[in-house]
Design a protein around this ligand. Structure first.
Ligand code: ZN
Length: 136
């Protein structure tokens, strides 16, 4: 992959990383202000608990994506970005543009997803593409 292309993906990844970090900070602030504003009633505490759980879940997903972004950035540094980790073929640029955190080509990804489904594991990798759609 050319350096110009790599730089483009690096920029995309760094930008997304910053967005997530900022959002995680917001979530923490929200979580803290909720705790402070509670009156101590059982009902109030219950609703705070629900919100806290939702925040934790959302934050957890974003942290997962953050790890993938860090990983992709490391691959750029190592000169391994854009290569499928399963078969070693180049991942098509169109796929990387939609999901710069992609680790596999479509064929390998499809195969892996089928295996995951067989073992009942949840695949959260689609988050990146849905995020892009929301922003557009
Ligand atoms: Zn592959």
């Amino acid at each position: 992959m050319r350096k110009r292309e790599l730089d483009k993906f690096k920029k995309m990844l760094v930008l997304e990383k910053q967005t997530i970090l900022r959002h995680l900070e917001d979530l923490e602030d929200e979580s803290e202000s909720q705790m402070e504003s509670t009156s101590g009633d059982a009902a109030d505490l219950a609703s705070v608990e629900i919100t806290q759980a939702a925040i934790a879940k959302l934050g957890g997903r974003e942290k997962k994506l953050l790890k993938k972004i860090e990983y992709a950035l490391q691959k750029i540094e190592d000169g391994e970005f854009g290569t499928c980790e399963q078969c070693g073929e180049a991942i098509p640029p169109a796929r990387l543009e939609a999901r710069p955190v992609a680790q596999f080509c479509i064929d390998c990804k499809t195969e892996l997803e089928q295996n995951e489904r067989r073992y009942g594991e949840e695949d959260e990798e689609d988050k990146w593409s849905s995020d892009v759609e929301e922003k557009a």
